[in-house]
Design a protein around this ligand. Structure first.
Ligand code: CMP
Length: 140
């Protein structure tokens, strides 16, 4: 298996409850290294573009509202098969389906306010990383 990168967001429900450190500890315990990180307040334009793939879904407008409701922490994570490693530690999108020991089981409030986002493929990871970070901001 190769060392790869993935993109992660600690969402507004988690920053509001001051959970950034606890979530980062779970990411690191899963074997991921945080090689870039910044706390930002997304604009509606940024959130709309980032989640454009969901624009026909009924939850799209609410999702934009939620993602711009407070600060988020955007991150680049590096590790063995980073996309899968991160998805495993995040748990299922809906916290009701998330396994014990996952971030969403521990912290997510509901299917929307689900504490973290993680890329679903290496291809999307590259796109999502480039959306928020320049090459010089990532220090492996
Ligand atoms: P995320 O992994 O960031 O991808 C899309 C987001 O939309 C998802 O996490 C949730 O925050 C939000 N969302 C809200 N409702 C749903 C739903 N019914 N199915 C999937 N995602 C949803």
């Amino acid at each position: 298996m190769a060392v790869t990168r993935t993109f992660s967001i600690i969402k507004p429900d988690a920053t509001r409850r001051n959970l950034t450190g606890k979530i980062n500890a779970m990411l690191e315990d899963a074997g991921l290294r945080i090689v870039a990180q910044k706390r930002i307040h997304m604009t509606a334009d940024q959130a709309g573009k980032f989640y454009e793939v969901h624009k026909e879904r009924p939850f799209y407008q609410d999702l934009i509202k939620f993602m711009t409701s407070g600060p988020v922490v955007v991150q680049v994570l590096e590790g063995e098969d980073a996309v899968k490693t991160n998805r495993d530690v995040m748990g299922a999108t809906n916290p009701a389906d998330a396994a014990e020991g996952t971030i969403r089981k521990a912290f997510a409030e509901n299917i929307e306010a689900n504490s973290v986002h993680g890329s679903d493929s290496d291809e999307n990871a590259a796109i999502e990383i480039a959306f928020f970070f320049s090459g010089t901001e990532i220090v492996g």
